[in-house]
Write a protein that binds this ligand. Sequence first.
Ligand code: URA
Length: 270
Amino acid sequence: MTPQPLDTAATEALLAFWRDAGVDACYLEEPVDRTVFVAPPVAQSVQRATASITALHGGMVGADAVGEARRLAAAASTLDELAEAIAAFEGCPLRAMGAKQAVFARGNPKGSVLLIGEAPGETEDLRGQPFVGQAGQLLDRMLAAAGLTDQAFITNTVFWKTPGGRPPTPQEQAACAPFLERALVLMKPKALLLLGAASAKAVLQTNDGIMKTRGQWREWRLDDGATSVPAMATLHPAFLLRQPQAKRVAWADMLSLAARLDTAEVEQRA
Ligand code: URA
């Protein structure tokens, strides 16, 4: 193909056409395996140092990203500072895969329940808040019906949208995990609600499918030995939009959460 001189207006019109047609990611001629962790670009001197450390310990380059995430997360002493630390973090590969901005959390940071979804979608990427698209609206209706709107603080296992809305990989989740753990420590919720398989697998460290794990109370215990919280997985609201008949079991999970929070409140008052 002979390259033509760039016509900005025509290019913008073509991009707008693709966007309206639902195209949300660009692909190269050759396939790229996005499930493989790719380290963010770093200076050559850092690359040399990393290469020798990696050679010494036989570790993954992704471990550097996790270390940096831990350092930034530990320095945050409020959830607002944590949001800033996430926005400054360059170690999650998703950042370079078309996301417009970091998406951290919304809701009541002093609430009693932390909800953890999978990854922000297109609408969340545009608005900078989690669960504000159709799935989020369904989630909000369920929380309202269970009387939990004011108690909920909502985030995701990763803080950047994934290409084409695919589930986040374990490597992407690992790079973001120190921020999620810090959010738990700073917020101190009474319970966690894990929305969907990718969230349940990452937090509960299980390979069991969501149909097996949902509705059961487990414990999320951090390595600090001091932090643990009851956690329950449920079906993702986007799944409920596709399979409305599954709303019945998701509603049962929501009621189980409300009952658990009631019990925790009664115990605290006693
Ligand atoms: N799905 C998720 O898992 N998280 C969001 O924020 C939006 C949709």
